[in-house]
Design a protein around this ligand. Structure first.
Ligand code: PHE
Length: 340
């Protein structure tokens, strides 16, 4: 009986025939299933001899079906491998390919450099209220700095709730300090807006803010951080910084930071100290700003800086026209290697 089943399984021509044999032997109404059912009606003595034989039969048939099935599948794979070929000589279909804009590229570089220094990336809304953009940063309504910012205001609304396009990324300082516990180490890259347009100004531009709040922070930490950042960004060791006393309502003391440049082949390149270029504003976060965010300025100190990203990109990649950044002209991008 057993060899009968095994030869029928061996003779199955394909997977469908094999399945038919499986159903005939082991299915609900199958012959071997039927044999197993007869065990119940046997005397104990009969069952003792018949039982092991029937179970052995079921096992050998089950194994034979599995082996045959594996053989069919292996043969099918062989057939596919033999017939399905790739023609490597066919021409490639060319699809339009996007590329990274220099501003995005610089933002990625900044995030990477500052991540190594333990800074997280923070964001805030481009449509801000005047409290976050000005008041909390120690720039009250009547402050001349408000006029200096050439702000795009939205119509309506009262003081403190007047909506505007943020004029700098500094409101992200406020949003971070009011939502996170110190110690804080963040950078906040993003779009900023001022009603200003000429060869070196566009109404929309990009800044990156930096903010550190911790215990015992001083100007030395600020200078080291900026030096480390600029060396990594411009990939040069001969970066020289010059901190000039300055004024921002939200930092005290404040410093404008110049980076040294040298002239190579008639071009200004960052590094050395043949001349100075202003690259960012910075300072120690004003105690009033820390207090406005609900923190105790006697316990927490920090530094902040703000830097034009478009400017950084121009200096690093030797671009000389700011407005071209926002024209979307592929020829310009290609020229600087940002599109293919
Ligand atoms: N927000 C300032 C600007 O836009 C830059 C700045 C940021 C200065 C942080 C000091 C500290 O000019």
């Amino acid at each position: 009986l057993g060899s009968d089943w095994l030869s029928r399984i061996d003779a199955a021509a394909d997977l469908a025939a094999l399945e038919a044999e499986r159903v005939a032997a082991l299915g609900k109404q199958g012959a071997i299933t039927g044999l197993l059912k007869t065990l119940g009606g046997m005397s104990p003595e009969e069952r003792q001899t018949a039982g092991p034989r029937i179970h052995a039969l079921r096992e050998s048939v089950t194994d034979a079906i599995a082996a045959k099935k594996a053989a069919f599948e292996a043969a099918e794979l062989e057939r596919k491998l033999a017939t399905e070929t790739l023609d490597m000589t066919l021409p490639v279909l060319s699809a339009p390919q996007g590329s990274v804009h220099p501003v995005s590229q610089v933002m990625d570089e900044l995030a990477e450099i500052f991540a190594d220094l333990g800074f997280a990336v923070a964001t805030g809304p481009e449509i801000e209220d005047d409290w976050h953009n000005f008041t909390a940063l120690n720039i009250p309504e009547s402050h001349p700095a408000r006029a200096m910012h050439d702000t795009f205001y939205f119509p309506g609304e009262s003081e403190g709730k007047r909506m505007l396009l943020r004029t700098h990324t500094s409101p992200v300082q406020i949003r971070t300090m009011t939502s996170q516990e110190p110690p804080i180490r963040i950078i906040a890259p993003g779009r900023t807006y001022r009603s200003d347009s000429d060869a070196t100004h566009t109404p929309m531009f990009h800044q990156v803010e930096g903010l550190v709040i911790d215990r015992g922070i001083h100007m030395g930490h600020l200078k080291w951080t900026l030096e480390t950042f600029l060396k990594a960004f411009f990939e040069r060791d001969d970066i020289v910084l010059r901190l000039r006393p300055s004024y921002f309502p939200f930092t005290e003391p404040s410093a404008e930071v110049d980076v040294g440049y040298s002239v190579e082949k008639g071009r200004r390149v960052i590094g050395g100290s043949e001349g100075w270029m202003e690259v960012l504003g910075s300072g120690m976060v004003h105690p009033k700003v820390i207090a406005a965010c609900g923190l105790d300025p006697d316990e927490w100190q920090g530094f902040a800086f703000g830097c034009g990203i478009d400017r950084l990109a121009m200096l690093k990649y030797g671009m000389d026209d700011l407005r071209a950044f926002f024209d979307g002209d592929l020829r310009w991008l290609r020229h600087y290697g940002f599109a293919s």
